[in-house]
Design a protein around this ligand. Structure first.
Ligand code: TEU
Length: 563
């Protein structure tokens, strides 16, 4: 087992996760080691230097398991392996160990709500008759209507269409239906069955045994279902909801926490939980449940001081009740890239409102994304960065339709643009696609990269002090230094609280006595006097912070002195 606590290993603190910066890797699009146009583990390993130079504490890889790839690997056929597309299990073990030698912990993605249609359990269920123990691992039901040709209830798939698909019975005639809250290739597991619980605890152990420092739990609020499978009806559905955020789910995570706590070095459970109610979310973060959960309200909030202030307040208050740190995130592989979102007239994110193709002022969006970087990295708690965010990549909105893969798009019949635009392979070097994504002479990347990304490659931004990459590298390092210095002080970091500021301006103390100021107003904001400017997202003149900018200051010395 990899040693997470010994000499030469990563940071020794068992509570490292409380203020970690975690970098999200979407393996298919990070770096291609073998030249087949798809990113892989060899590519990640080769590019670990990028993460070390960024100064992050850990990396999280989205699913690398064997999978038919109907949903970018979130259709898992075997949770204990690696898809040949990405490499081998031995390579995963080597990657985890190599990352650790560089001080980086690794998190893997666990997908408990559903498996692939190719999972041996589901294949066995299809081959077995209705009422069999094999089918009891899933949700099989007869259809409604005289011929059973209507779905068992009104649940809708997250990707559009009914959440049910009918399969042939043993005689070949149409038989039972099975539940899939996502694509038909992703049948939902029945979490009321003890075999499912035992299997996932074994999967957790499998990866913890390989030195993994934590797991990101996919679709973490959806696992348990009302056994009666009642209709959801109109609106938000009945309370309690038949499948979202049900009370019996807490017991599942309590048993996962016992597994995590049985390992040394602080193994962490991170929930992907889209819950609008901060108090409901915090219930999952009680001391014997998950360690952290993403604050998606932050990622969905428009670029608006009062909305962001409200989000921070609600998050910190609800988390304080259970003693859990907040988890801030601006983007991931499911949502519009920040630079594009912040450049639009409506800067919020909403799955149900597809804003793909609406005009975006990318210069404005980039300015705001830079400011948001300093805001996010100064807030108390941990931060997740999504690959390419540190390069300021925009959403790729003009991908050729025949190259798109996302089931969200395909199943909506094109009504929803889908999520491919934030999953385009990273640009590393050179002046034209494939921008060093794979070895010279390799296959074209699985999605084409916009030629305009020539100025956004890692190589082009390296050593450019005004680049997005330079801002992220400096900010992540300064943050680490500031938090470590705060931890050494007798009282620790100052309590969070807003400092007096003009309308549209957010200001708060953080770290070892630093101050973060973010100007979301349309006017320049005067920086507090008698401060030294440590870092700013844009030019500061005469002690004034321009609109859509942020700054980190240290008390003492005149503001703007590092101008
Ligand atoms: O996403 C789960 C999820 O609930 C949302 O992204 C969802 O699509 C949204 O709320 C729509 O209403 C996770 C993964 O991050 C995503 O990539 C997968 O497609 C999905 O689970 C299925 O595994």
């Amino acid at each position: 087992m990899a040693d997470l606590t010994g000499p030469g290993g990563a940071d020794r603190r068992a509570d490292w996760w409380r203020d970690a910066v975690v970098y999200q890797i979407y393996p298919r699009s990070f770096a291609d080691g073998n030249g087949d146009g798809t990113g892989d583990l060899a590519g990640i390993r080769r590019r670990l230097e990028h993460l070390a130079a960024l100064g992050v504490d850990a990396l999280w890889c989205t699913p690398w398991y064997p999978s038919p790839q109907a949903d970018g690997g979130y259709d898992v056929a075997d949770h204990r392996g690696v898809d040949p597309l990405f490499g081998t299990l031995a390579q995963a073990e080597e990657l985890i160990a190599e990352a650790l030698r560089r001080g980086l912990r690794t998190l893997v993605d666990i997908v408990p709500n559903h498996v692939s249609r190719d999972h041996p359990w589901f294949r066995a269920a299809l081959a077995a008759p209705p009422g069999s123990p094999e089918r009891a691992l899933f949700h099989f039901r007869p259809g409604r209507g005289p011929h059973g040709d209507l779905p068992p209830n009104d649940w809708r798939s997250e990707f559009g269409g009914p959440a049910w698909t009918r399969v042939p019975g043993p005689d070949g005639a149409p038989g039972e239906w099975y539940l899939h809250l996502f694509a038909p290739e992703q049948p939902d597991l029945n979490w009321a069955d003890p075999r499912v619980r035992a299997e996932y605890e074994a999967v957790l152990r499998f990866w913890f045994d390989r030195g993994v420092a934590g797991v990101r739990i996919d679709s973490a609020t959806l696992l348990t279902k009302d056994p009666a499978l009642p209709d959801v009806g109109a609106g938000d559905g009945p309370v309690p909801h038949p499948y979202a955020d049900r009370d019996d789910l807490h017991d599942v995570y309590r048993s996962w926490r016992r597994v995590a706590d049985s390992y040394p070095g602080g193994r962490v459970l991170v929930g992907e939980m889209w819950l609008p109610d901060a108090a409901r979310l915090a219930r999952y973060l009680r001391p014997d449940e998950l360690h952290t959960a993403f604050t998606f309200d932050f990622l969905q909030s428009p670029w608006d001081a009062e909305r962001l202030r409200g989000c921070v307040d609600a998050t910190l208050a609800s988390h304080a009740e259970v003693g859990a740190p907040a988890t801030w995130v601006l983007s991931n592989h499911d949502v519009t890239r920040t630079v594009t979102r912040y450049g639009r007239a409506d800067t919020s994110f909403d799955f149900t409102a597809d804003r793909h193709g609406t005009p975006s002022d990318l210069e404005l969006g980039t300015r705001r994304a830079r400011a948001a970087c300093l805001l996010t990295l100064a807030l108390p708690g941990s931060v997740y960065l999504y690959q390419g965010e540190e390069l300021g990549l925009p959403e790729a909105e003009d991908l050729p339709p025949d190259r798109l893969r996302d089931p969200m798009r395909i199943r909506s019949g094109g009504a929803h643009a889908g999520r491919d635009g934030c999953r385009v392979p990273l640009p590393w070097s050179g002046t034209a696609p494939p921008f060093g994504f794979g070895p010279a002479g390799g296959d074209e990347p699985w999605l084409p990269q916009p030629p305009a990304w020539a100025s956004l490659t890692v190589e082009a931004q390296h050593g450019m002090p005004d680049s997005m990459l330079a801002l992220y590298r400096t900010a992540v390092r300064l943050r680490r230094t500031a938090l470590d210095a705060a931890a050494r002080k007798p009282g620790g970091a100052p309590a969070f609280g807003w400092l007096p500021s003009p309308d549209g301006v957010l200001a708060f103390p953080w770290g070892d006595g630093l101050v973060c100021v973010v100007n979301l107003s349309p006017r320049p904001a005067p920086l507090p006097a008698a401060h030294t400017l440590l870092l700013a997202s844009g030019p500061v003149h005469n002690g004034e912070l321009p609109p859509d900018s942020a700054a980190w200051l240290r008390p003492g010395g005149p503001a703007g002195s590092a101008d």
